[in-house]
Design a protein around this ligand. Structure first.
Ligand code: PLP
Length: 424
């Protein structure tokens, strides 16, 4: 054992800004000391003090199979034995690209990168290059990674820090970014290169697209010749085998992927139709590159993950999300806590309070009412780890079986009762 969580955090604070390599992990918005993970297996993680948690963080999405799935471990180990990075193309990249093209209707061509941030950043550059236009429309509360132009009103990562903007992002960098409210189709004109959207918003808690919203975006983009970009970094390969396009029947011009597509290794991807993707170097004039792009370990993990995500896996994920939504609602409500657990297929979120949010302003009201940190800590003490921030979704994996869900629900009932009696 490597020491207590507190002593590890103390060491981390000395050599890593805020002790963490991604802000939400520091527990800033819920208070307290983060637990340091020693290892994970299936639905569980164990911290440095040997405490076990049922884990609904799952790396914020990549852990769709649960931690350390033996097939993934084997695939990565096997790839590592053949060399970890070459700077030359490998068959593994072709195989994963073929799998993505096969799954996503309308996507013919895909470029791999190393994070979701790179995927959205590159898709935006491509959209601007292809249209010769500058402006980008994004929606408040949608998170598209931490590139300058997309940080405006950025949902979870930014919202958890209580920041409205971000120091170091120049006015120039966001001058061509227009922020619109989620679930309202914005007025567009012919200066707009692209509209980027999370087809299900999963970085302001979970907010479903209103009926007609995605279809409306498609029509509005077509009317002015703007491109529609689906940021499927969370929804991709989670909502359905074919992602949001499959689930909602609306087709964007460009797709961005991350998280699930790397099976826990650093991978992102963006893709679209052949003509549009031909604007990228080395064919076209839009430059985009990466030393570790298409990394063999990452491609192997992504391939093994997608192979395991068959129809049965999606049925199970959806039914797990359903049982969790039902069970947790009952547990919280029985204790007298009002809550909303929005669910779209296998995607699940939790808000404490009412009514069900439809945009970032409404989500913020519930996320900032002080209840989430109390419930978060009551659950954590009892062995259930939600994300340490009210703007994050829940990420059950296929390893969260019925017994794990039942245990979660009974722990939640106990935690909710404790919080409710505290509030009296
Ligand atoms: C996580 C996320 C990103 C950024 O991905 P990183 O791999 O963290 O850079 C982009 N878009 C959405 C919707 C995300 O959830």
């Amino acid at each position: 054992m490597s020491g207590s969580n507190a002593s590890l955090f103390e060491r981390a604070l000395r050599v890593i800004p805020g002790g963490v390599n991604s802000p939400v992990r520091a527990f800033g918005s819920v208070g307290g000391t983060p637990y340091f993970v020693e290892r994970g297996e299936g639905p569980y993680v164990w911290d440095a003090e040997g405490r076990r948690y049922i884990d609904y963080v799952q790396s914020y999405g990549p852990g769709i199979l649960g931690h350390a799935h033996p097939v993934i471990v084997e695939a990565v180990a096997c790839a590592a034995g053949d060399g970890t990075s070459f700077g030359a193309p490998t068959e593994a990249e072709v195989i994963l690209a073929e799998m993505v093209v096969d799954r996503i209707t309308g996507l013919d061509s895909v470029r791999f990168v190393s994070s979701g941030t790179e995927a959205t950043m590159s898709a935006i550059r491509l959209a601007r290059g292809a249209t010769g236009r500058s402006r980008i429309v994004k929606f408040a509360g949608c998170y598209h990674g931490h590139s300058d132009a997309l940080l405006a009103a950025g949902g979870s990562g930014v919202a958890n820090q209580g920041l409205t903007g971000c120091d170091g992002v120049t006015d120039g960098a966001v001058a061509d970014t227009v922020v619109a409210p989620y679930n309202v189709v914005p007025e567009l004109d012919d200066t707009v290169a692209a509209v980027i959207v999370e087809p299900v918003a999963a970085n302001m808690g979970l907010v479903a697209p209103a009926p007609g919203f995605l279809e409306g975006l498609r029509t509005a983009c077509d009317a002015v010749g703007a491109l529609l970009i689906f940021d499927e970094v969370i929804t991709g390969f989670r909502l359905a085998r074919g992602g949001a396009t499959d689930f909602f029947g609306v087709m964007p011009d460009l797709w961005c992927f991350g998280k699930v597509i790397g099976g826990g290794l650093p991978v992102g991807a963006f893709g679209g139709g052949t003509d549009l993707m031909s604007n990228l170097a080395p064919i076209g004039g839009v430059y985009q590159a990466g030393t570790l792009s298409g990394n063999p370990l990452a491609m192997a993990a992504g391939r093994a993950t997608l192979e395991l995500l068959d129809d049965d896996a999606y049925r199970r994920l959806t039914s797990t999300a359903e049982s969790l939504a039902g069970g947790l609602t009952e547990a919280f409500t029985a204790a007298g806590l009002t809550c909303v657990l929005p669910r779209v297929g296998s995607l699940l979120g939790v808000f404490f309070g009412q009514p069900r949010p439809v945009d970032f302003d409404e989500a913020q009201l519930l996320a900032e009412n002080g209840l989430y940190p109390r419930i978060f800590h009551a659950l954590l003490e009892r062995g259930v780890a939600l994300a340490p921030g009210a703007y994050e979704a829940l990420f059950p994996s296929i390893a969260h079986d019925e017994a794990v869900v039942d245990e979660t629900v009974s722990i939640a009932a106990d935690a909710a009762a404790a919080v409710a009696s505290d509030l009296l």
